[in-house]
Design a protein around this ligand. Structure first.
Ligand SMILES: Nc1ncnc2c1ncn2[C@@H]1O[C@H](COP(=O)(O)OP(=O)(O)O)[C@@H](O)[C@H]1O
Ligand SMILES: [Mg+2]
Length: 447
């Protein structure tokens, strides 16, 4: 048999070392999936957590230590680096790794600006007619406040321009509230430099959807969509979080809607990157609001979503490594389309008391092994720490995400909760309504 181009190009690196940068649930899921590949000899994770330690070798280099990570990849002879979080991408980690001759999954600093600056993304969307809400940017509090006071349509959304780890967006119901946010961001500098410029955005109604694509700048591989649950409490109440639970596939998302997303958002964005000469090798994550008028962009992220990755990886049936390598090397177009399991996966996050505010840490976690024994379940750890005595303790707001696969939503949901309920720590809480949200009456135009 004649070996395919893919096998030939991979032969050289057969059984390579892969370094996953980061230490959250997303990185546990990525390391878990990558470790299943026949092409991989060893997975390293920097810095990792107690969960990644089960599938990878943790190395205590911080995810934001750019020189430290480049040195680590060199010393270990790593064949592929997969960068999880946005901060090191914005700081140019991928550029530095590529300059050192190391295949890297993740955009350079110029591409990472899509996440690092809301204004930058809004401008690109407008220049290339990618649908998004109307907006204005301000770098002076006085101007922002007079503008807000002149508006008579509410709510409005006030966003810090820069990276804010999910804490920079405020949906405001009136001018008084919006002006308080402006003062906090621009005068008190509650988020530092990230809030020195702000974007005021039209409030969009509809249903949120996350669509992640792998792209090497030429080819798009659209991943299965997922729906995250952002608010801390049941019924979408309470403060915004990094995500409390997630479901894939999304029952109300039709093929037709996905085609609209591709044609109106993803392909135009790929063209925009090409025209603006912004190289991009990694994940483009479109945060979308789906309304009767079709999909509109809320934001772009430049890395895998968390917790979306935890459920999407469980449905990705092919070996992920050729796709990560193809993205890193610019040869994604040479690969066959990836295969997906048709089953449903539900992920429920267990969080520490107080999250998303000040939260408890250092509580001992029990029941992890029993949780993995539930049929179809895999627990991905996030804010956890492996202690010297092998105990696992809480070490973050979102502690872990129990995922479960099932033939339908109900089965996946039941299994995910059964798994999560076997895990205990003091102060644990979770939402009980993940996967229960009623399907919207109509979404997307012309469905
Ligand atoms: N224009 C908008 N209209 C309605 N809701 C919005 C709008 N922009 C953001 N949101 C809400 O705020 C959340 C966070 O906004 P997003 O732009 O995704 O910022 P980030 O993820 O960087 O915090 C969204 O998931 C959505 O629920
Ligand atoms: Mg977002």
């Amino acid at each position: 048999m004649v070996p395919s181009a893919l096998t030939r190009s991979l032969k050289i690196h057969t059984r390579m070392k892969v370094l996953v940068v980061g230490g959250g649930g997303r990185e546990h899921a990525l390391a878990w999936k990558i470790a299943q590949s026949d092409l991989v000899d060893e997975v390293l994770c920097a810095p990792g957590n107690a969960g990644t330690a089960r599938v990878a070798r943790n190395v205590s280099v911080s995810a934001t230590d750019v020189p430290g990570l480049v040195a680590l990849a060199r010393e270990e002879g790593v064949g592929l680096v997969v960068v999880g979080p946005e901060d090191p991408l914005c700081a140019g980690l991928a550029d530095r790794l590529r300059a050192a001759g190391i295949d890297t999954f993740g955009p350079g600093a110029s591409g990472a600006r899509l996440e690092g600056s809301k204004q930058f993304t809004k401008e690109i969307c407008d220049r290339h007619r990618i649908p998004t809400g109307g907006w204005r940017r301000f770098d002076r509090a006085g101007m922002a406040k007079s503008y807000l006071q002149s508006l008579d349509t509410w709510p409005q959304v006030v966003k810090a321009d820069g990276l804010a780890a999910g804490k920079g967006v405020f949906v405001c119901t009136d001018a008084t509230e919006a002006c308080t946010v402006v003062d906090m961001l621009m005068e008190e500098r509650s988020l530092g430099a990230a809030g020195s410029t702000i974007v005021v955005e039209e409030f969009l109604e509809g249903q949120e959807l996350s669509v992640m694509v792998l792209t090497d700048g030429e080819t798009l591989l659209v991943m299965e969509p997922a729906v995250d649950h952002k608010q801390a409490h049941d019924g979408d109440k309470g403060p915004n979080t990094g995500g409390m639970g997630v479901v894939t596939p999304v029952p109300w998302v039709t093929r037709r809607l996905m085609r609209q997303v591709e044609q109106r958002v993803l392909i135009p964005m790929l063209h925009a990157l090409q025209i603006e000469e912004i190289p991009f090798r990694g994940v483009l994550y479109a945060g979308l609001m789906i309304s009767d008028a079709g999909p509109r962009v809320l934001e772009f992220n430049v890395r895998f979503g968390d917790p979306e990755t935890q459920v999407v990886m469980r449905r990705f049936a092919s070996d992920i490594v050729p796709y990560l390598l193809g993205t890193a090397r610019g040869t994604l177009g040479e690969l066959e389309p990836a295969e997906w399991l048709r089953d449903t996966v539900v992920g429920v996050v267990g969080a520490a008391e107080g999250y998303p505010g000040e939260y408890r840490r250092g509580d001992e976690i029990s029941g992890l092994d029993q949780a993995d024994e539930v049929e179809g379940a895999v627990v991905f750890q996030a804010g956890t720490k492996l202690m010297a005595d092998r105990e696992v303790t809480t070490n973050g707001g979102r502690v872990l995400c129990a995922t479960a696969i099932g033939s339908d939503l109900e089965q996946a949901r039941t299994r995910a909760y059964e798994s999560l309920d076997r895990i205990r720590w003091d102060g644990k809480f979770c939402r009980r309504d993940i996967g229960l949200r009623a399907a919207p009456r109509s979404v997307g135009s012309d469905l």
